[in-house]
Design a protein. Structure first.
Length: 190
């Protein structure tokens, strides 16, 4: 098992504080206190609270982008299979990083130096998702329903998993992926 560096510890603790209180309400002093050091000591490992925020959001945004790129590149899967892979990607990342997901969803607008980069990652991810849905509709794998409503419905559910997961500890990751795929892709009607 990899030993956590001091910087990784600071980021991990900060992301939990950001999830609980929100980025704007957390101070460097709060982070230092939670880490168990003086605020001045934090600066030996990080430059600013903004660096922590950027580290959290950009890394997870790039992880989603890399996952989506793999899904899009797979020429041996149809649209339904690609959507199942997207759901699996969200479940996997969210189960592993619920605090990071909270920070990304709730505090991305506070990014300063890398906001444009993050927004580009997000737009590209959503456009890839949109194209998978569009192709699925065109070839008859998906119902011909408003594409933006489908995208909004699925992404809203997947982006908010971090809120719901801590309350459902008994659900296994694979069961969650399968059940979400059923509900999001096939609906609940008999």
């Amino acid at each position: 098992m990899k030993i956590e560096t001091r910087k990784e510890e600071i980021v991990r603790i900060a992301e939990m504080l950001f999830k609980k209180k929100g980025y704007s309400a957390v101070t460097m002093r709060d982070i230092a206190q939670a880490v168990g050091v003086k605020a001045a000591s934090l600066y030996n490992h990080i430059q600013s609270k903004q660096e922590i925020l950027s580290d959290i959001i950009i890394k997870i945004g790039e992880e989603f982008t890399a996952g989506m790129d793999e899904i899009v590149a797979d020429k041996n899967t149809n649209s339904i299979q690609k959507l199942e892979q997207i759901i699996k990607l969200h479940v996997k990342i969210t189960v592993k990083n619920p605090s990071k997901m909270a920070t990304m969803n709730n505090d991305w607008m506070h990014l300063e130096g890398q906001l444009d980069y993050y927004l580009t990652l997000r737009r590209n991810y959503e456009e890839s998702f949109r194209q998978i849905l569009k192709k699925g509709i065109e070839v008859g794998e998906l119902k011909d329903v408003n594409l933006e409503i489908i995208l909004f419905s699925i992404l809203s559910t997947l982006r908010s998993l971090y809120l719901w997961l801590p309350k459902k500890e008994a659900i296994q990751q694979e069961d969650l992926r399968q059940e979400l795929s059923k509900v999001l892709l096939k609906g609940i009607a008999q």
